[in-house]
Design a protein around this ligand. Structure first.
Ligand SMILES: Cc1cc2nc3c(=O)[nH]c(=O)nc-3n(C[C@H](O)[C@H](O)[C@H](O)COP(=O)(O)OP(=O)(O)OC[C@H]3O[C@@H](n4cnc5c(N)ncnc54)[C@H](O)[C@@H]3O)c2cc1C
Length: 1023
């Protein structure tokens, strides 16, 4: 089958509903439900009985329930335990493990949890985590300062003993939570304990083709083992099966990589499906992030249509009810089953990624959330989906995954009313007491456990996910065992709750665009949606070069693609521009910050209205990917709105100062006059606009020189300023070479200040030219380069490091001043990290940025590429090139490089492109190695990946940096959130996008009026 041939079902329609307003989604869900009040009452009564029965059989509680009851995620100790647990097992070396333990022990009030859970396991794991058996014995003394004692014990007994205790406790936890370390063990235990299972192979998503092959092998092994064990040929409903995480089968399971997903991931999936079909066992595709929903459904459709899988009814998928389009997903899946005449198994879940969906929508500036924002809405959506699913029988086999008594009871009610046999599912380690009660109440219900299989070291991320998912105050599992909450409250009717509380959104969760309160967040189109991608591609395809004369502007990816002509600014034009600007500026300053803010806000709106055209220009003229183009427009709009806020707050009214009676003292800020703004090609819209807006907000007129390579984007921005209502004289577009036009501008006597972003050497040159000027000494605001490092230790999470390193080093083809240049890796994990990075590099797409699948576009021009090639030659001669990706020959492409160098001293200056240098270090040598980086004199961005605060503090103390990022990428500073700019060789400050950004664009004027001179101070007289 052709990978991209038309589908039977229009899955893309679901994307139109992805961000539908919550209220309309809820209205639609409620309209599907056909419960009358009697049914609702009886469901709730049954649910109450289940809760009471479950509470009575406390011995059958799972570990998670007990753990959550003792350690809510709201407590410092709960979080410390989770962090410790998450990091400890993957940390290979003893010193780091000891530091992890010491930090966790030192930070909590453990005494308050001592012995308060009746569960042996929670006590064992808690105290095993924190202590050893001996320590527990010491705790018996009443009223002791346990935390203090712990610290002393850690110091005295030394870490090895504590470590052994913890390892033991982890093993106990692992055995409870994982059905078996291998599929054979798991099958044996399932047989012994009479569980029906869907086995899940533990592990993170694939980051490389090697990871994907490894996961495929694990699934194959599991399928073969299940098939071998299924001697009775039970069939998909009554036999074991597997759950497949598609993200484990490809390092690039993303909507943007659809062709590749179909070429690489699909054959893997098909091989697994064939094995499952041959043995007639079930295979369910797990549901992952909302951005992956449509692509997962396309894969499902291909499988459903496979003629090589005849008569197999074991194909299934999970559907998340918390998504606002969930019922429509179910409608279409039932339709697919009908059209393909293949019965599908559908597991309805609520969803495991709620917190990350909320965060992603805020960070990406989505118009709304893809998930509900209140728990009752998710619960009601689940019920509506369940009803639709049951009505879809026999085209679908209905599976309901829940640990919630109300949900269980409602589903049971619907299924028995419809006379449809359904299956319930629970996670291994949870829900045992509830389902035991359900069996008592409803008879022999069909129950399957989702059973993780894997080594202990792979367990913790899974456990943490489950704890997060179920640890929220609203979570049913959290409430179930809390005797203080009456059963009626635990199983409140979600429909009634929705009706009383209103249909959302959650009152404490602003929409993503309302995140910043008084200023709008900028909108980020969602590239996982096909129409959004096509809209941007159309803008690129329909680009028509603007008219103009002068030197040609070409695209870095295609030298023959002429984008326009822009003439150099003449000396006489510059004189005129300064004269006009000087004449216009006092009026602009006089209107005050509030009036100026209105214009800047209008510019923010206009930028967003012209988003597609601007992104197309970023792609064509600057070689940016669509994602980078989106980020450009967003940042430019954010600058407009943020600086508008500063203009209002600081420039609208004089600040009244306290002083003696009889006088009025105030301080006001004013524009300096005419600012020259010189911006770089790597952020041709964002930095160009940011500088201009800062200068304008402070009350200046501006003459702006864009980079030689990207004048068209800047020209467009200037046109938009005018369209927003800015008087032409206040902003002059002055394209041209730095050596000619740039220098004429800064030497001009009319120049009252310079804002510059670019290379350190150019900044030195500008500084010298300004120093030679006679007359007033004018401000020079420079943002320059960096030799940015990232330090990781052995407690860092491997996959997270790989993601963040790849993005920081190779995103935007490494052409960001914030980009990662030096990665410091401890010896112990260096080889493994190198292999991981090489694999992840191989998964990158280097090519034409007009293709949405591209990750790494060209470098800006041939000159930039030549510099990189010269550096690569040096690396080949004097260091060790570990990996290099191929790149297109046409256009100025340079394939990403990973190289190992002995120390930071190898680098003399910033190398601006996709070359990452790796330095191994011995942990005891950390301070020395870090000092080596600090000595380079740059101080822009710094990354740290570690679970140990002490490690982070040491690195931060030694390596100065304007922007430090911990456990995340080091690029993509957001205006107003991460004010951006460096120190030392990296810039003068103030930081762009920060509260002090406008200070150097302004002069301060103090006014003191002796009010007593006019006959006394009325306020004093009237005391
Ligand atoms: C067998 C099995 C398989 C699973 N497979 C998957 C899978 O493939 N993909 C997947 O994503 N999950 C999967 N899960 C996890 C599942 O999503 C959670 O276990 C489930 O959400 C818990 O639901 P509950 O009814 O037990 O708990 P409840 O406590 O009743 O509900 C918890 C749910 O409410 C949501 N929620 C909490 N607060 C809010 C709020 N303010 N607004 C909106 N929603 C909120 C949570 O995100 C969570 O989804 C699976 C679970 C089981 C048992």
């Amino acid at each position: 089958m052709n990978a991209l041939r038309p589908t039977l079902v229009n899955w893309d329609e679901l994307d139109a509903l992805k961000y539908r307003p919550e209220q309309s989604a809820i209205a639609s869900v409620l309209s599907r439900l056909s419960f009358d009040q009697t049914a609702r009452n009886s469901i709730q009564a049954d649910a109450c009985d289940l809760v009471r029965a479950a509470r009575h059989s406390a011995s059958r509680r799972g570990l998670v329930e007990n753990f959550l009851q003792e350690f809510s995620l709201g407590t410092k100790e709960g979080l410390a335990l989770m962090c410790l647990a998450e990091a400890l097992l993957r940390t290979p070396d003893q010193p780091t493990r000891d530091r992890l333990i010491a930090e966790a022990v030192g930070g909590g009030d453990w005494a308050s949890h001592l012995g308060s859970s009746s569960s042996f396991l929670v006590n064992a794991s808690t105290w095993g985590l924190m202590l050893t058996g001996r320590l527990v014995a010491r705790d018996d003394s009443p009223g002791g300062d346990i935390t203090g004692l712990l610290r002393k014990m850690v110091a005295r007994l030394g870490a090895p003993m504590i470590r052994a205790g913890i390892a033991q406790a982890m093993r106990i936890m692992g055995e409870q939570f994982v059905l078996g370390a291998t599929i054979k063990d798991a099958l044996e235990r399932a047989r012994r304990e009479n569980y029906l299972c869907s086995f899940d192979m533990l592990g993170e998503g694939a980051r490389s083709a090697q990871d994907a092959a490894r996961y495929e092998a694990a699934y194959v092994e599991a399928l073969n083992a299940i098939a071998a064990a299924a001697t009775d040929k039970a069939g998909p409903e009554t036999g074991h099966g597997i759950s497949v995480k598609l993200s484990a089968l490809s390092p690039r399971y993303e909507a943007l990589q659809e062709a590749r997903v179909m070429e690489e991931l699909y054959p893997r999936l098909l091989r697994l499906a064939r094995l499952a079909a041959d043995a007639d066992i079930n295979m369910t595709l797990d549901a992952e992030e909302a951005d992956r929903l449509v692509i997962s459904l396309r894969l499902l459709e291909r499988l459903a249509r496979e003629t090589t899988l005849p008569n197999w009814n074991g194909l299934g998928l999970a559907v998340q009810a918390y998504q606002r389009r969930a019922p429509e997903v179910i409608d279409r899946v039932i339709n697919l089953a009908r059209i393909t005449n293949r019965r599908l198994m559908v597991r309805l879940v609520k969803g495991a990624y709620w917190d990350s969906e909320i965060k992603r929508a805020q960070v990406q500036g989505r118009t709304d959330y893809p998930v509900y924002t209140t728990k009752p809405a998710t619960d009601v959506s689940y019920l509506a989906c369940a009803q639709t699913l049951i009505a879809g029988h026999p085209h679908v086999y209905c599976q309901f995954a829940t640990h919630n008594a109300h949900t269980l009871s409602a589903v049971q009610h619907m299924a028995s009313k419809a006379g449809v046999a359904v299956e319930f599912q629970r996670l291994h380690g949870m829900g045992e007491a509830l389902y035991a009660a359900a069996r008592e109440a409803f008879g022999d219900i069909c129950l399957r456990a989702y059973a993780p299989v894997g080594a202990h070291k792979d367990l913790l991320p899974y456990l943490v996910r489950r704890l997060l998912e179920n640890g929220a105050n609203t979570s049913f599992v959290n409430l179930l065992l809390d005797e203080a909450t009456p059963a009626e409250e635990v199983v409140g009717d979600p429909i009634a709750m929705l009706q009383t509380a209103g249909a959302g959104p959650h009152p404490r969760l602003p929409l993503p665009l309302g995140l910043y309160g008084d200023r709008a967040n900028s909108i980020g189109p969602d590239l996982s949606i096909r129409v959004e991608r096509e809209r941007l591609q159309a803008a690129v395809n329909n680009f028509t070069p603007p008219s103009g004369l002068g030197p040609v502007v070409v695209s870095p990816q295609r030298k023959d693609l002429i984008l326009g002509h822009v003439a150099e600014t003449e000396a006489s034009d510059i004189d005129v521009a300064f004269a006009q600007a000087r004449a216009a500026q006092p009026g602009w300053d006089a209107v005050g910050g509030a009036e100026r803010a209105k214009l800047l806000e209008a510019m923010g709106e206009i930028l967003e209205e012209h988003r597609e055209e601007l992104i197309a220009l970023c792609v064509l003229e600057a070689g940016k990917t669509y994602a980078d183009g989106i980020a450009e427009v967003r940042e430019a709009a954010d600058f407009c709105r943020y600086y508008a806020g500063l203009a209002r707050a600081r420039f609208a009214q004089p600040k009244i100062l306290r002083g003696p009676v009889g006088e009025r003292n105030s301080l006001s800020l004013h524009g300096r006059g005419v600012f020259v703004c010189i911006s770089p090609w790597n952020f041709p819209l964002a930095i160009f606009t940011g500088q201009v807006v800062a200068a304008l907000a402070a009350g200046n007129a501006v003459i702006a020189k864009p980079a030689e390579q990207t004048p068209l984007i800047a020209q467009k921005a200037v046109q938009l300023f005018k369209a927003a209502g800015l008087a032409a004289d206040l902003l002059t577009f002055a394209p041209g070479e730095g050596r000619t036009v740039g220098e004429m501008l800064i030497r001009h006597p009319g120049c009252d200040g310079v804002a510059f972003t670019g290379g350190t050497e150019t900044a030195w040159r500008i500084n010298r030219i300004l120093a030679e000027r006679n007359g007033p000494i004018i401000p020079f605001i420079a943002e320059t380069g960096g030799l940015n490092g990232m330090f990781i230790d052995t407690s860092a999470q491997r996959e997270q490091v790989i993601d963040d390193v790849i993005l920081s080093a190779f995103g935007s083809a490494g052409q960001r001043c914030s980009a990662l240049r030096l990665l410091f890796v401890p010896d112990e994990i260096a080889d493994d990290m190198i292999e991981g990075l090489k694999g992840a590099m191989d998964a990158l797409v280097v090519g034409d940025p007009a293709d949405p699948a591209t990750d790494v576009g060209p470098v800006i021009d041939g000159e930039a590429r030549a510099v990189l090639e010269a550096h690569l030659e040096r690396l080949e001669r004097q260091a060790k090139v570990l990996h290099r990706l191929p790149a297109p020959v046409e256009g100025s492409f340079f394939g990403p490089v990973l190289a190992e160098i002995p120390s930071a001293d190898f680098l003399e200056k910033e190398v601006f492109g996709p070359i990452l240098h790796l330095v191994r270090y011995e942990p005891s040598d950390l301070e020395h190695v870090a000092s080596g980086l600090a000595r380079k004199g740059y101080a822009l961005t710094l990354g740290i990946h570690s679970r140990i605060d002490g490690f982070s503090e040491t690195v931060r103390r030694i390596v100065p940096a304007g922007n430090v990022y911990v456990n995340r990428s080091i690029i993509g500073a957001v205006v107003g959130v991460q004010p951006f700019g460096g120190e030392g060789l990296s810039g003068t400050g103030p930081k762009a996008g920060g509260p002090n950004a406008l200070t150097r664009y302004a002069v301060e004027r103090a006014l003191s009026v002796n009010t007593a001179a006019q006959g006394g101070d009325p306020e004093l007289m009237n005391l």
